[in-house]
Design a binder for this molecule. Structure first.
Ligand code: NDP
Length: 284
């Protein structure tokens, strides 16, 4: 039976690291880091995520502001609010919770957030920075995944890593981070011919698809580290991942649960990113 990677405990550790940094930053720079979270509309899942992000910011002792906007807000009005926050020197991080209502162009919103305040790491400048190996803000979920993998003590150099899913927010950036650590990386997706065979080559398997139970124990190499990014609702409405936990845990050496794995780490790394933005904006 594989060991469970406790994302909740690890996320608390990360948040405590941030909490310990905040007073020293306030002392040195005369103010605390400040995160602004914007939510448009009343998507219940988004509301939970946003609440958890603000709660985490409060826990660390940094400043946080929640801006709640009506579903009907125009794209131009939202962009105006973002531009004002870009110009506001007391704001270090701006996060616009996705998805947005269909009349608002998400790409335009992401492009409008100042690169140096882009705590999500979605701005094209940060994406380019990641792929070019430059100093940049790394997206929270992939960053959290690396921390979860590192907590197992596995040395990534020369290992086979398989990432299932190729989205811009999880699959692609996590593949690049694994590559940076000298793993041999394969990215699988919906057109991959034999997903099981590809997954079975993985010493480290990261699954970010959005399909409950897609990866089962027979698709996992014995002793692999398995990171389940998926967040799905099963037929009973219970939160579950992309990996069939009972069968996978039989084979894996380490495995993340859902809930309590990648989710809390994403929020913890957002706190880290706010500190990174604060520091880069205050560079002497
Ligand atoms: P996307 O929908 O953007 O991407 C899903 C990817 O999975 C695509 O690349 C798609 O392939 C691939 N895929 C779909 N079906 C299959 C299949 N049968 N076999 C192999 N690959 C397949 O999802 P996201 O990356 O945004 O999110 C993935 C999951 O992670 C979701 O459940 C989401 O809720 C969760 N998530 C969790 C976070 C957290 O903090 N815990 C943060 C972000 C996401 P193709 O490109 O070919 O279409």
């Amino acid at each position: 039976m594989g060991q469970i990677i406790d994302g909740k405990a690890l996320s608390l550790q990360v948040k405590d690291e941030v909490k310990a940094e905040v007073p020293a930053l306030e002392e040195k720079y005369g103010r605390k880091p400040c995160l602004v979270v914007i939510i448009v509309g009343e998507n219940p899942a988004s509301q939970v995520y946003v609440r958890n992000k603000v709660k985490a910011a409060e826990y660390t002792g940094m400043e946080s502001r929640l801006i709640e906007l009506a579903e009907s807000i125009s794209e131009e009005a939202l962009l105006g609010i973002i531009r004002d926050l870009n110009d506001d020197d007391s704001v270090d991080g701006i996060l616009v919770q996705l998805p947005l209502p269909s009349h608002i162009d998400e790409e335009k919103v992401i492009d409008t957030i100042a690169r140096e305040k882009d705590v999500d790491g979605f701005h094209p400048g940060n994406v380019a920075g990641l792929w070019l190996g430059k100093d940049c803000i790394v997206p929270c979920t992939p960053d959290g995944i690396m921390r979860l993998i590192d907590s197992t003590g596995i040395q990534l150099k020369g290992k086979n890593a398989v990432v299932v899913g190729r989205s811009n927010i999880v699959g692609k950036p996590v593949a690049k981070l694994l590559l940076d650590r000298h793993a041999t990386v394969t990215i699988a997706h919906s057109r991959t011919a034999d997903l099981g065979a590809v997954c079975r080559t993985a010493d480290v398997l990261v699954v970010a698809v959005g399909k409950a139970g897609l990866v089962t124990g027979d698709m996992i190499k014995p002793g692999a580290v398995v990171i389940d990014v998926g967040m799905n609702r099963n037929q009973e409405g219970k939160l579950c991942g992309d990996v069939d936990f009972p069968s996978a845990a039989e084979v894996a050496s380490y495995i993340t649960p859902v809930p309590g794995g990648v989710g809390p780490m994403t929020i913890a790394m957002l706190m880290k990113n706010t500190i990174r933005c604060f520091l880069s904006r205050n560079k002497e």
